[in-house]
Design a protein around this ligand. Sequence first.
Ligand SMILES: Nc1ncnc2c1ncn2[C@@H]1O[C@H](COP(=O)(O)OP(=O)(O)OP(=O)(O)O)[C@@H](O)[C@H]1O
Ligand SMILES: [Mg+2]
Length: 225
Amino acid sequence: MISVKNLTMRLTAGGRTITILDNVSLDIPAKQMVAIVGPSGSGKSTLLGLMAGLDRPTSGSIILDGMEITGLPERDITRYRRQKIGYIFQSFHLIPTLTALENVAVPLELNGDAAADERANELLAAVGLRDRSGHYPVQLSGGEQQRVAVARAFACRPPILLADEPTGNLDSATGRQVIDLLLGINRDHGSTLVLVTHDQALAENAERIVSLRDGRIESDKPSGR
Ligand SMILES: Nc1ncnc2c1ncn2[C@@H]1O[C@H](COP(=O)(O)OP(=O)(O)OP(=O)(O)O)[C@@H](O)[C@H]1O
Ligand SMILES: [Mg+2]
């Protein structure tokens, strides 16, 4: 489902070239749940962003659901990403001027869904926020905002969900709710789920744990779950 081959990412900052990812290869089959762990600065967010086509690698390739995205023009990557990927950020990234319902409806409308509002309402109910649909992001707690973000990411039922520290700004009980939501989507809909986390306990929820260090895969093994 996701195939990363010999991925290298180098950036030049302050006149020096740094290697952020160094020849990373990784195959994630459909429906798998994988956790990516590693110290701060090890390249986790960079790898996830590349998998989503949010950035371009220095070299190497990324194949998503059979399509090599690395060489595609920007417009095609954007369209493909919309079909294939739901992305969840640590800091929620909701649109502040839209209500919870409107935020969830955005990808549905972009997809031309005539029943966008109805479907957005169902999604909000599924994440336990039926009575918060008219609230703006500032009127929601962190955990509620992240549940809206999960509903939005899953709105078009993408086959792949990528989540970058989705519980990083939440307390452990609220974080647990968000993880349970993601696990439920992976289990009930068979979405491939890649979860970046600092938290070893959360990583143990995945089938497989990939550890990055200094831009390389240090270990890749089944979890103890
Ligand atoms: N645009 C950029 N320009 C220069 N260096 C960058 C850029 N983006 C990331 N880096 C560097 O690349 C390295 C990896 O960053 P990345 O954000 O992928 O780490 P991470 O594993 O997600 O860390 P964290 O756990 O703190 O989120 C870091 O050393 C970072 O400083
Ligand atoms: Mg990061």
